[in-house]
Write a protein that binds this ligand. Structure first.
Ligand code: HEC
Length: 134
C-alpha cells in the first residue's frame, strides 16, 4: 500500500515532466492540429476549380473562412498577422462569391492570391519566431 502511493506519485511526476517537455518542444501543438485542415480545404478548392465543381469550391472556401474566424486562428498579435488574416478573409469571401456566380476565372484568381497569402503569412510566422527573444 505504502509502495502503491509512492509509485502513483512517481508516475504523476514523470508524466507531468513529459507533458511539460512536449509543450516546450512544441509550443503550438494544439494550434497545429487546428491549422492542418486548411491544407485539405485548399486542395479541395483546387479540385473544385479544375473540375468546375462550383459547390465544392464554395463549400471549402466557406470552411476556410470559418477557420479564420475562430479564436485559435489568433496566434500572433503582430500587425502583419492581422493584415494577413484580413486579406485571407477577403480572398476567401471573394472565392465563395465567384464560385456562387460560377465564375471560374475570378475564383481561380482568388485562389492563387489566397495561396500566396498562405505562404506569406507562414513566412511571417517563422520570421517572428526566429527573431523572438527566447
Ligand atoms: C494569418 C496567418 C496564416 C495564414 C493566412 C495561413 N496560415 Fe497556416 N498556419 C498559421 C500558423 C500560425 C500556423 C501554426 C504554425 C506553428 O505553430 O508552427 C499554421 C500552420 C499551418 C499548417 C501546419 C499544420 C501542422 O501540421 O503543423 C498548415 C498545413 C497550414 N498552416 C496551411 C495553410 C494553408 C493551406 C493556408 C492558406 C489556405 C494557410 N495555412 C494560411 C498561420 C497562417
Amino acid at each position: 500500500m505504502k509502495h502503491g502511493k509512492w509509485i502513483v506519485g512517481l508516475v504523476a511526476i514523470v508524466s507531468g515532466a513529459v507533458v511539460w517537455q512536449q509543450s516546450q518542444a512544441e509550443p503550438a501543438g494544439g494550434v497545429r492540429k487546428f491549422m492542418r485542415p486548411k491544407l485539405e480545404h485548399a486542395q479541395r478548392v483546387l479540385e473544385g476549380l479544375t473540375l468546375e465543381d462550383h459547390a465544392l469550391v464554395a463549400k471549402n472556401a466557406e470552411a476556410l473562412l470559418r477557420l479564420s474566424e475562430a479564436a485559435e486562428w489568433q496566434v500572433l498579435p503582430s500587425p502583419e498577422y492581422v493584415r494577413y488574416s484580413e486579406d485571407f478573409q477577403r480572398l476567401a469571401q471573394e472565392l465563395v462569391r465567384s464560385a456562387n456566380q460560377k465564375n471560374v476565372d475570378a475564383a481561380t484568381l482568388a485562389y492563387v492570391q489566397l495561396t500566396m497569402n498562405c505562404v506569406n503569412c507562414h513566412k511571417h510566422v517563422r520570421e517572428a519566431r526566429r527573431t523572438a527573444t527566447p
